[in-house]
Design a protein around this ligand. Structure first.
Ligand code: ADP
Ligand code: MG
Length: 567
């Protein structure tokens, strides 16, 4: 159909009841682009209608260099989405009429550059998927307003954001280059024997605990201590210097409020690429680094936490440990074992969010409470074996106990927000004050046991009604009649990731759940499909509000389902 067909339809249904809007569904030729109205909302208060704009990427003028390679394509699409969003803000009138009438919106990223399905490159086309609140007064169609949206506002937005000639060409190139540099840096970590790299001059502090943008004033740029000073060669930025954090056990110490958690938080987020200007765009971390914390109250389903916990009162099993209400220590142990189960290579731990009795047990306590009366083997006695046996490194913030001095390979002291390497000094102190605590960790780390989820765990249906899976805020998934609490998955950064996780759980249960397949194997198949086919393979229609999560957060969500059952 041509755009004149759309105009005629809107004129015809003007002033009629809202249901008549169903007639605008369809694909319309707007000359330079095609407008596709996929889904029409049932009333002005319902979720807004889903619309796409599709155009030839060549006709839009974008050089192939910007979108040819995968990592560049993801950054390219991310940038276009942000541009489209900005243009909406500038060029549309917004709310007019009832409910969502008149709103135009697109799902965009914040500080991270994630793969999303709001903007995709599909063959020779690019496609932008967004939502429009079809305008009404009461339930009466406001045809004139609708015409304004489709024939004035959206064409302007498209013109200003989807053509190479009308956007800032330097800025988009930089966006894409910076993303590629981060990917290259992350790829270099392993061969350089590193788990993370924090470039000099990085700006780590954030505005607030709920605002992830860089601190506006007074942020002190990071200077790498010379002992850990390294150089990397990047394809676009060239040579960059900074602090390399080697594999093994790294301790971050320092006085309270000196920037320890801020450094660890930046390292946590270094698994993702960041936008230029974020301040952390040259902070990169091994992509299999997982933040671990205590999470009392969570459910645990047959996790083997025996490396850390044995001999519970009343002979409770810790090889297949189940509880509906975990304690601080058992939850932290389960969080570690579940992360290892799906392939974590680095653990990131902050004393601020850890269970004390899980982290330390000093010599006096060892004397008072004999080992056979204490179920917990503290992390300090396992952290080195974790690296020796499984090759899993740990970066640990610990300002409160010197017991870790004996097991740390590297010690970084945060001093007025600056990292100093104090490894030598720490070794001297450890030699002078010999610890008389006994290593309770045994000879080996212990077993990581793969589990096989059962299909009975994943029934989102509500009687005869359609399956409903959605996100409520960025850390809660609504899965049928139950909700999954992800508030302790600290590396989940975007509500669109949360939505995708809900869908991925469903996809996994429909397609790859099999009695002979471990959770890890199932997760790998899901991740591979989504990487190869795109997020759209998760839903039978185009939605444009999903972003790519990591396997750790997907598995983390499954592990937190109150209905999970494993064999
Ligand atoms: P710690 O974990 O050592 O107690 P935090 O990392 O929580 O300290 O940091 C304490 C405060 O200092 C936070 O408000 C943080 O935003 C701020 N801060 C951290 N690093 C910097 C920096 N480089 N420049 C300015 N402020 C910083
Ligand atoms: Mg702290």
């Amino acid at each position: 159909m041509t755009k004149e067909d759309l105009r005629r339809t809107i004129n015809r249904i003007d002033g009629r009841g809202y249901k008549a809007y169903k007639d605008v569904k369809g694909e319309y030729d707007f000359g330079l682009y095609r407008l596709i109205i996929d889904h029409v909302q049932g009333d002005p208060f319902a979720a807004p209608s889903r619309v796409r704009v599709r155009l030839s990427i060549e006709r839009a003028g974008f050089p192939r260099d910007l979108w040819g390679k995968r990592v560049r394509r993801i950054a390219f699409c991310d940038y276009i989405g942000r541009q489209f969003h900005r243009a909406i803000r500038r060029l549309t009138k917004g709310h007019r009429g009832m409910g969502k009438s008149g709103m135009v919106d697109i799902d965009v990223g914040r500080q991270e550059i994630l793969e999303r399905n709001a903007v995709i490159v599909d063959g020779r086309d690019m496609e932008v998927c967004f939502v429009v609140g079809l305008p009404a007064a009461g339930r009466t169609i406001l045809g004139r307003e609708a015409l304004e949206i489709f024939f004035e506002e959206i064409p302007k937005v498209v013109d200003k954001s989807l053509f190479y000639r009308s956007i800032d060409q330097k800025e988009i190139l930089r966006h894409v280059d910076v993303a590629e540099d981060q990917e290259v840096m992350r790829g270099l970590l392993d061969e350089r024997g590193l788990v993370a790299f924090v470039a000099g001059e990085s700006m780590l502090p954030r505005r607030s605990g709920v605002d992830d943008r860089p601190l506006e004033a007074g942020a002190i740029p990071l200077k790498a201590p010379f002992e850990l000073d390294l150089e990397m060669e990047l394809p676009h930025r060239g040579r960059i210097k900074g602090m390399g954090i080697p594999k093994g056990v790294t301790l971050i110490v320092g006085g309270g409020f000196h920037g320890k958690s801020t450094l660890l938080n930046a390292i946590e987020r270094g698994v993702y690429n960041h936008i230029p200007g974020d301040g952390r765009e040259y902070v990169v971390t091994n992509g299999a680094a997982v933040k671990i914390r205590a999470e009392d109250g969570r459910r645990i389903e047959k996790a083997n936490i025996s490396p850390f916990i044995t001999n519970l009162p009343f002979g409770k099993d810790t090889v297949r440990f189940c509880t509906d209400n975990a304690s601080g220590s058992t939850s932290q142990a389960a969080n570690i074992m579940e992360a290892l189960e799906v392939g974590a290579q680095v653990l990131l731990i902050d004393e601020d969010t850890s269970a004390t009795n899980f982290m330390v047990r000093d010599e006096r306590m060892q004397e008072l409470v004999a080992k056979d009366r204490e179920p917990i083997t503290p992390f300090v006695d396992k952290v080195h074996k974790l690296y020796a046996d499984l090759g899993v490194s740990t970066i640990l913030v610990m300002g409160g106990s010197g017991d870790y001095f004996d097991v740390a390979d590297i010690v970084i002291m945060m001093d007025n927000y600056q990292p100093l390497c104090v490894t030598q000094h720490v070794k001297e102190i450890a030699a002078r004050h010999v610890s008389r605590r006994v290593d309770e960790g045994g000879d080996t780390f212990g077993e990581v046991t793969p589990r096989r989820p059962l299909s009975a765990s994943f029934d989102p249906s509500r009687g005869k009604r359609e399956v409903k899976i959605d996100a409520k805020g960025s850390r809660t998934i609504l899965y049928g009649t139950t909700s999954i609490d992800l508030s302790c998955l600290e590396q989940l950064v975007d509500m669109s990731q949360t939505r995708a996780i809900g869908r991925m759980i469903h996809y996994y249960s429909e397609k790859y759940l099999h009695s002979s397949r471990s959770l890890k194997e199932g997760m790998e198949l899901v991740m591979k499909d989504v990487e190869e086919m795109g997020l759209d393979c998760l839903i039978p229609y185009r939605v444009g509000n999903l972003a790519m999560p990591r396997v750790f957060e997907v598995a983390g969500a499954i592990n937190r389902m109150r209905s999970l059952k494993v064999e």
